[in-house]
Write a protein that binds this ligand. Structure first.
Ligand code: CO
Length: 197
């Protein structure tokens, strides 16, 4: 009798453990991941056709982006998901909003300009980096229809910045090693100060 009681307790324990593990696998808190979180350096997985989670994830990412101070774009690794999703919101009105699944740059103009960039994952710093002035991007929309987007100027810079995130690349990677070291020093100093407060 005593033994079987122990056995059933053990079984319940295992059941709890398994349930807890599977729940924690599914939990996505969509909190912004900051440098040097490993997820930011990993190349992201392609989204499978008709992935039933796509709409929900894009909705959550849009909400998260709206909560930020002056953020214009967000890539899925920035909220801890190593998947090829990007949202962009350049301002009021839906015509300035983009929800991109599996975006890919298919053409870049030879002309480049310096773009002043910051990143929600490296808060508090910014720098000028070279970007192509115009790009063509192929992506899938919410219904997994193939779309093409031609962009120039700020939107083109944004697309390059966000699509880089999907390949584990950050804008500071375009800086010279010396400038990158300097800017990261500044960033870590600020982070330390913030944590001490
Ligand atoms: Co960024």
């Amino acid at each position: 009798m005593k033994n079987s009681f122990k056995k059933s307790l053990f079984a319940i324990g295992i059941l709890f453990f398994v349930t807890a593990c599977s729940v924690s696998d599914q939990v996505e808190d969509f909190s912004i991941r900051t440098y040097p979180d490993r997820v930011l350096f990993q190349p992201c997985e392609k989204i499978k056709n008709k992935d039933p989670n796509a709409k929900r994830i894009l909705d959550q990412m849009e909400l998260k982006l709206a909560e930020t101070d002056r953020g214009v774009g967000l890539a899925a690794p920035q909220v801890g998901l190593s998947q090829r999703f990007v949202v962009i919101n350049l301002g009021e009105g839906t015509e300035h909003k983009y929800r991109l699944i599996n975006p890919e740059i298919t053409w870049k103009s030879p002309e480049q300009s310096l773009s002043r960039e910051g990143c929600l994952s490296i808060p508090g710093i910014d720098a000028y980096v070279p970007r192509h002035e115009r790009v063509k991007v192929v992506y899938q929309n919410d219904n997994f229809e193939k779309k093409m987007l031609e962009a120039c100027g700020f939107l083109a810079y944004c697309l390059q910045h966000e699509i880089d995130h999907l390949d584990g690349k950050l804008y500071i990677d375009y800086l010279s090693p010396k400038d990158k070291t300097l800017i990261l020093k500044k960033y870590f100093k600020q982070t330390k100060r913030k944590n001490e407060k």
